[in-house]
Design a protein. Structure first.
Length: 320
């Protein structure tokens, strides 16, 4: 009887962990934004063309990071949860995707290989997950408090906040190079790897730093605003952008000259920037707003109020 009771409890746990739940999704095929919140257990859907909040849906926990993995599908992570969550916008359902350890901070999806990378700030490691099989295929030890990732030519770069370095992983082999104190933001412009950050507490940083991906030497220290922490850019566009949350500004950088060619005021404590062909989107953590900027004119279109603590943004639109 006791053995049956244990089996029953185990079965309930398995069934609950595999359970999918329905959620509302915007109707039609018009593009929209998905915004996460660190102060709310919610996701916000926004029509960025009409500058309207379409819906606010409840989720079980605050979501730190989301990444698209396919048509109208994305994976979400929360540091306090043991599962990554799959959201299917076509089906209007969410369900546990794969069990990981608590402490997952950042996600990065490599579309060509179908590999998802998840950084854990409590264990100082990165998990490599095969999305097709939904299995963890590798674990890599990295520096202290890994928060952001990108890939260049099959090399995974992991930015580590507390050890002030970047871990490089290729074919299971790791090495690292030192960067600014309390780094934040990593971006590849096609030539250089750019790193931002807060700098020392006694002397806050105003620069973004370019590193040669071959020699790993610092090539450029570009003066922008106070505490540059997030980047956005597309490989076929002439400019990239950096958010500085110390002076609440977005800066535009020319890739050919590496000059600051424009800047614009956004909301209080901006933390995240992304965009599409026509617009830039900046989440402003402290005044609970989203700045929508016309990319061509580099002018503010709207400062849209959203629920508290907006953070990551995903642009959901049909591929052209």
């Amino acid at each position: 009887m006791k053995r049956f009771r244990y089996f029953f409890v185990f079965l309930v746990i398995v069934l609950v962990s595999c359970k999918s739940e329905s959620f509302r999704t915007p109707s039609g095929d018009d593009p929209y934004l998905i915004v996460t919140h660190l102060k709310e257990d919610a996701l916000t859907f926004i029509d960025f063309k009409s500058q309207e909040v379409l819906d606010l849906i409840d989720v079980p926990f605050p979501i730190a990071n989301i990444v698209p993995i396919g048509e109208k599908q994305f994976i979400a992570a929360s540091r306090g949860e043991e599962n990554l969550i799959l959201f299917d916008l076509k089906e209007g359902k969410r369900k546990p995707f794969i069990r990981v350890d608590k402490g997952t901070q950042a996600l990065f999806f490599e579309e060509t290989s179908g590999q998802l990378y998840a950084s854990n700030v409590e264990r100082d490691e990165v998990l490599q997950i095969d999305v097709a099989t939904e299995k963890i295929v590798a674990r890599f030890r990295v520096g202290s408090f890994p928060t952001e990732m990108l890939t260049i030519n099959d090399v995974l770069y992991v930015l580590n906040v507390e050890s002030d370095d970047v871990t490089m992983i290729k074919d299971g082999v790791t090495r690292s190079f030192s960067v600014i104190e309390r780094p934040s933001g990593i971006f590849f412009d096609g030539t250089y790897i750019w790193i931002g950050g807060h700098g020392r507490y006694s002397q806050l940083n105003r620069h973004i730093f370019a590193y040669d991906p071959v020699t790993l030497k610092e090539i450029i220290a570009l003066d922008v605003g106070l505490m540059p922490i997030a980047f956005y850019g597309e490989k076929d566009e002439p400019d990239f952008y950096v958010v500085c949350h110390g002076d609440h500004m977005l800066y535009k950088i020319d890739k050919a000259t590496y000059d600051v060619v424009d800047k614009i005021k956004v909301g209080q404590n901006p933390n995240f920037v992304t965009g599409n062909a026509d617009y830039l989107f900046v989440s402003n953590f402290d005044d609970h707003s989203l700045s929508i900027i016309d990319k061509r004119t580099f002018s503010l279109v709207s400062e849209l109020s959203v629920p508290s603590g907006p953070y990551a943004i995903v642009v959901q639109e049909e591929s052209k």
